[in-house]
Ligand binder design. Structure first.
Ligand code: SF4
Length: 396
């Protein structure tokens, strides 16, 4: 890795993402690069990460080439499947090459069924200070339909265990726009999430991805995608409820109380560079995006053979960078400077409630986010081939 992103500092990346692919069971809507394992091969995986790190950052000396991380994000998959000792070992391995800065944000994605007092104690001792919990719903019937391995009660219990164990920075994930047949009460679910007072909420719209159990159900006529109007209605309803409860809707899918926005994801949205480790992990250095081999066994074989597990890379053209920056800026509440020659376009958006003008800047409203592709196309300064970057996908 060399160089920071357009919004990041020059030099080695200051943000590290580690993909932990293991899950107990595949959720009905999930097409991510995961490895379903009843018994998680903790030592084997951590050794694989160690090997990848040594390959990618062979220098041991602490000098100007050393990566100092302001944020570390352990995502998946279900990283909490590594358990108490596995997360400790993984963070120890990272520290062999990466200096985790004092005050760094260290996030662990977890499922409620992995949260125990002993695990939380070990994670805190290892440096974890933020936890993103895959709740998805507080309706047990819906959770069963999703193939989740936890109940609504487990979610509340986990939040209590996390707080008792010293992790106060908690994010909850919920999924909206479920098939109408489930009779899911969205207001009740948001209410149940807010009753737990998390600092952060991530809300994702359900999408039907190929080769998932959900896609098969839809193919057989056993499930039907929520109508578009329902998607919009639930998104806007979530915005109203969360904002009334004191959260800022700071990015299309994310809400936070003051001081609780995700620093790691905010770095992505600012265009900063990041190092990605593990199967399917992506990395970015401000000019080149690279991604790793996705299947766990292949990634492991590669790093054991002493080969860089890269699956592909892309040199970003000027047009790519302009388009991506446009999307990244527009998806956040920070917005962007009104492009020269497009003030009248943006003013027209503001008149119909799709944008808010603030001096020489503007930001999209939730109504604007719902039609972001069309609005970006209207600005006519992006690459048409890059329109449609996915805004709504859930990642745990
Ligand atoms: S949604 Fe998350 S927990 Fe479920 S299978 Fe996918 S990665 Fe695993």
């Amino acid at each position: 890795m060399t160089g920071g992103g357009p919004g990041g500092a020059a030099g080695p990346p200051r943000h590290v993402y580690v993909h932990v692919p293991f899950c107990a069971r595949r959720c009905s809507y999930c097409d991510f690069a995961i490895a379903v394992r009843r018994d998680t091969p903790v030592a084997e995986y951590v050794d694989g990460i160690r090997r990848e790190l040594m390959l990618r950052m062979p220098r041991r000396t602490v000098d100007q080439t050393t990566c100092v991380a302001d944020t570390v994000y352990l995502g998946g998959g279900t990283p909490s499947r590594l358990g108490a000792g596995g997360i400790t070992a993984l963070l120890d391995v990272l520290r062999e090459r990466i200096q985790v800065a004092p005050g760094a944000e260290v996030t662990l994605e977890a499922n409620p069924d992995d949260i125990t007092p002993a695990a939380v104690g070990a994670w805190v001792a290892a440096g974890v200070n933020r936890l993103s919990l895959g709740a998805q719903s507080f309706d047990d019937e819906v959770l069963r339909w999703m193939h989740r391995t936890h109940t609504a009660r487990d979610i509340a219990q986990s939040v209590e265990t996390l707080r008792d164990g010293g992790i106060g920075s908690i994010s909850l994930d919920l999924i909206f726009a479920l098939p109408a047949q489930l009779g899911r009460d969205w207001d009740r679910d948001i209410g149940a999430a807010l009753a737990l007072a998390p600092g952060h909420l991530s809300l994702y719209g359900l999408t039907i991805e190929d080769h998932t159990p959900l896609a098969h159900w839809v193919g057989r006529g056993e499930a039907r995608e929520a109508p578009e109007g329902e998607f919009e209605a639930e998104f806007l309803r979530a915005h109203d409820i969360a904002v009334s409860a004191g959260y800022q809707h700071y990015e299309v899918s994310n809400f936070a109380r003051a001081g609780s926005a995700s620093r790691h994801n905010s770095a992505y949205w600012s265009g900063a560079g990041y190092l990605g480790l593990g199967p399917a992990a992506h990395g970015y250095d401000g000019a080149v995006r690279r991604w790793n081999i996705a299947p766990y066994a292949e990634w492991l074989r590669c790093v054991r053979d002493g080969r860089d597990p890269i699956a592909g890379s892309e040199d970003l053209t000027e047009t790519n960078i302009v388009t991506e920056r446009l999307y990244l800026q527009l998806r956040t509440a920070t917005g962007m400077v009104i492009p020269t020659d497009h003030r009248s376009v943006v003013e027209a958006w503001s008149h119909v409630g799709w944008a808010i003008l603030q001096g020489d800047r503007f930001r999209l409203t939730p109504l604007g986010w719902l039609r972001m592709d069309a609005l970006v196309a209207e600005l006519d300064i992006a690459s048409k081939s890059l329109l449609g970057l996915d805004l709504w996908r859930c990642h745990n």
